[in-house]
Write a protein that binds this ligand. Structure first.
Ligand SMILES: [Zn+2]
Length: 240
């Protein structure tokens, strides 16, 4: 698997070609870009819901184990209580049992609250996933329209679109949201650092950032002037 910045670079090559192809189709490319941004934003929201949901599931799983353990402990203590030698020992165990019972009750309550939360979140996620489907359909329709318009260039457009879908799959959604947001402002959202400058706006990139870009290919760094994603100068993307 290649780095995030590799796939972002690849995506920008694909998008530049797509952009050239769609150039003559009025505001269709603009519409596509906006829908893509919307799609990524929706996906990012669903991803967030999923993360919270997984945390809750993890908690529920652990809590169930802990509840059993507490009950075991309580049973063992109850048995010990028969074997005490004096009142002091008896009281100590009684206190300990009360403490465990309180802990059990507290955890049980929390488990119930989290269960309700989990159910609510699952419903929310379902709605969010339906939203994604709707926007995805909207996007597919726009591409169909582009294909109809492109006539004999149709095959290349399909190839680029498929390649684009494969590439997006490899890029984290948070980067995609950034990428698509930048693309609503600049035609090229990701650009190479050439001669220590951003090749989008030609302003100088600080030496520190150039080093960071080179050393952290799974992070994104941005031009301080124009906001484009910066790509290392030695990046080479596959030919397709
Ligand atoms: Zn720039």
């Amino acid at each position: 698997m290649e780095s995030q910045i590799y796939y972002i670079a690849l995506l920008s090559v694909i998008d530049n070609r797509l952009e050239d192809m769609l150039e003559d189709y009025g505001d269709l490319p603009e519409q596509i870009k906006k829908i893509e941004l919307r799609l990524n934003e929706r996906k990012a929201i669903a991803e967030e819901t999923n993360t919270i949901l997984n945390e809750i599931k993890q908690f529920v799983k652990q809590a169930k184990i802990t509840l059993v353990e507490l009950k075991d402990k309580e049973d063992k203590l109850a048995q010990q209580q028969f074997k005490v030698r004096n009142n002091k020992e008896f009281d100590a165990i009684t206190n300990e049992i009360a403490h465990i019972k309180a802990e059990h009750e507290k955890l049980y309550d929390r488990l119930r609250t989290e269960g309700v939360k989990q159910e609510n979140l699952m419903n929310i996620l379902e709605g969010q996933e339906k939203d994604i489907e709707i926007v995805q359909k909207e996007l597919d329709d726009k591409y169909e329209e582009a294909k109809r318009l492109s006539g004999d260039q149709n095959e290349e457009l399909t190839l680029l679109q498929n390649k684009r879908l494969q590439t997006i799959e490899m890029i984290k959604n948070k980067f995609m949201v950034d990428y698509n947001r930048i693309r609503t402002i600049h035609k090229d959202a990701a650009v190479i650092i050439k001669k220590n400058s951003c090749s989008g706006c030609f302003s100088t990139v600080p030496a520190q950032i150039i080093v960071e870009v080179r050393n952290h290919p799974n992070h994104t760094f941005y031009c301080e002037n124009c906001g484009r994603i910066l790509l290392p100068d030695d990046i080479v993307v596959e030919d397709f």
